[in-house]
Design a protein around this ligand. Structure first.
Ligand SMILES: Cc1cc2nc3c(=O)[nH]c(=O)nc-3n(C[C@H](O)[C@H](O)[C@H](O)COP(=O)(O)OP(=O)(O)OC[C@H]3O[C@@H](n4cnc5c(N)ncnc54)[C@H](O)[C@@H]3O)c2cc1C
Length: 290
């Protein structure tokens, strides 16, 4: 399949890209790694009249520590996240998540910004973005604004980014000493996308009690969500096997689990969520204790 005809733009600054977006409005689509948009264009599920390629815009790529947080540019590829020494040391759930995306070709071309902006309900990063409490920085004609992860994913392929805005950066706050993190997914055997995916981040204090927890869910519903019931069931508790099991039982609470002939029934996915939540919590806890 070939995409419908389009005009191709290569802005050389964020301002130029925003001007194009503002002028061309709904006729335009931003292009990052192209590994979600181009397949959709080939299937004619998307038929933008204009493509605005962000890859020649300087300053949109890279991973750096900034004001106690880690800032990742939107155009940073999955491979750059997967192989970052800084992230492996400071926020290892992100390389762990990136390594589970697609295949080497997808990871070399696809970008973290493109993934979260696309908001595929089965994408991997959104679970970690929610669990870690990230902020997503969008820039538009009125300047920059930060959007909390909990407010970012609005529904199927829908986010809080406005049509004239570009996602420029994702900021991940640092978590205290005694934190462990883990992302686990049950990949669909054909696509490798997440049938369910669970990101777990837990902090244990000197007495072994859970002082902070973040749990994000992807795959099962129409958007990534925070597993508030799981987090509440962990707060202040000593994380023994029974506590983790009881918390994981709440993994599907607040998730709009979807029935899907290709991905599984509501009952099946709810079961997977509980199992993967328990496993992710156990792995995060083991790392927190190291
Ligand atoms: C074979 C295959 C397997 C895959 N497997 C997985 C998997 O297992 N897990 C997974 O999570 N993903 C998977 N993906 C998707 C992959 O991770 C994509 O790279 C990602 O979803 C989109 O990133 P991109 O940079 O390619 O974005 P693009 O395809 O270029 O863009 C996607 C959408 O986001 C918008 N956009 C892009 N960048 C920005 C920005 N900075 N600001 C605002 N909007 C923007 C575009 O306009 C477009 O609507 C797979 C893809 C393929 C082709």
């Amino acid at each position: 399949m070939y995409p419908a005809q389009f005009d191709y733009h290569t802005p050389s600054s964020i301002q130029e890209a925003i001007s194009l977006l503002t002028r061309l409005k709904d006729d335009a689509k931003l292009l990052a790694g192209g590994h979600s948009l181009v397949p959709m264009m080939k299937l004619r599920l998307a038929q933008p009249k204009h493509l605005i390629d962000l890859r020649k815009v300087p300053g949109l790529s890279g991973i750096k520590e900034q004001g106690g947080a880690i800032a990742i540019g939107a155009l940073t590829t999955h491979y750059q996240v997967e192989s970052s020494a800084l992230l492996k040391q400071k926020c290892p759930i992100l390389p762990e998540t990136a390594a589970q995306i697609g295949d080497p070709q997808v990871r070399n071309m696809g970008t973290i910004g493109g993934s979260v902006a696309h908001a595929d309900p089965a994408a991997d990063y959104p679970a970690a973005v929610v669990a870690l409490g990230a902020e997503l920085v969008a820039e538009g004609p009125k300047g920059r604004r930060a959007i909390k992860a909990d407010d970012f994913f609005k529904g199927l392929l829908t986010t809080a980014i406005q049509p004239d805005e570009i996602l420029v950066e994702i900021r991940f706050p640092s978590w205290p000493a005694g934190t462990g993190m883990s992302y686990m997914k049950f990949p669909h055997p054909a696509s490798r996308f997440a049938v369910v995916g669970v990101a777990a981040v837990v902090t244990v204090d000197g007495k072994g009690a859970c002082s902070k927890a973040g749990v994000g869910i992807t795959g099962a519903g129409t958007k990534a969500v925070r597993a508030k019931g799981v987090e509440a069931a962990l707060a202040g508790k000593t994380l023994d096997a029974a506590t983790i099991q009881a918390a994981a039982e709440k993994a599907a609470d607040g998730v709009d689990v979807q029935d899907d002939p290709l991905q599984g029934s509501v009952e099946y996915k709810t079961h997977l969520l509980k199992v993967y939540c328990r496993r992710a919590l156990e792995a995060a806890l083991a790392r927190a204790k190291k």
